[in-house]
Design a protein around this ligand. Sequence first.
Ligand code: SIN
Ligand code: MN
Length: 267
Amino acid sequence: MTLSTDQLAQLDRDGFLILPEVFSPAEVAAIQSRLPALFSDKSDANVIERGSGAVRTAMGLHLRDPLFAALVRHPRLIEPARQILDEPFYIQQVKVNVKAAFSGEIWQWHTDFATHHGEDGVPRPEAINLHILLDEVNEFNGPLYFVPGSHKGPEHKAWLDDQTTSYPLWVTEIDRVRETISSSTIVSAKGVPGTVLIFHDTLIHGSPNNMSPWDRGIFSLIVNPVSNALTSDKRPDYKHHRDLTPVSPVGDDCLAKYEGEALKAAV
Ligand code: SIN
Ligand code: MN
C-alpha cells in the first residue's frame, strides 16, 4: 500500500491520517486471537491499570509472538512509513493499548515526542506512529482525539505525569492544549476494525476513559529513523527497543497462516 499525493499532503497539513479498512476482518481476527495468551503473561511488558487490574498496554509484542514479528514488517504499515521518512528506520515500540470495557483509563493530552525526548533522549521529532484499530472504535469506548495541525509550530511545553495513570507520560501543558484547540478543533479517530491511523510525533492527542460495554483494542507500531536513535537507556527495552536494524517489509500475505490458526482455534 502506498499513500497518494493527496494523502501525503493531508498528513503534512493535519498531522494525521485515518485510513478505513486497510486490514481485513480475518486479519484483525488473527491479531485478536493472539491477545488473551499475551495478556495473561506475568511480564513487566504488560502494564496494568491501577483501577481495575486489567491490562492497559501490552508491549514488546514482536519479541513475544511470531504474528507480531510479521505485523511490524507488514507492507501496509512499512511502505507508507518509507514514503514519509525516506531514510532507514528501526522499530522503536510495539504494543496493544487495550482500554477494557467500563474500566479502560485515559491517555492524557500529549505528544509522543515529549516522552521520546524526555525519557529516551531522541533528538528530533521524526518518529511515526502507525495504529490498527482492532475493535470498532466509536465515540463511547475511548477513541483517540487528534488536534489537527498541532504538530506544526513551536514546541509544546510538557511535564512528566507519573500520577494520573499507571503509565508515566510526558503530558502537554493544559494552557497550550487549550490555545492549540482554540485555533483548530478536535477530531475523534473512530472507525471499523482494520482502520489504520498514522500520525506525527508532535501531534497533540489523547483519549478519554472507556465508559462503554465495548473493549477498545488498538495495535501501535512506532518507527524512528536510525539517524535519530535514542541517546538514553533509562527506560526498559520494551518501551524503546535498542535494536536499530532498519526494517524491511515482508509479503502482503504474511498474516494468512495465522488466519487459518485463528479459525481452527475458534471451531
Ligand atoms: C490510546 O491508546 O488511546 C493512546 C495511544 C497513543 O497515545 O498513541
Ligand atoms: Mn501517544
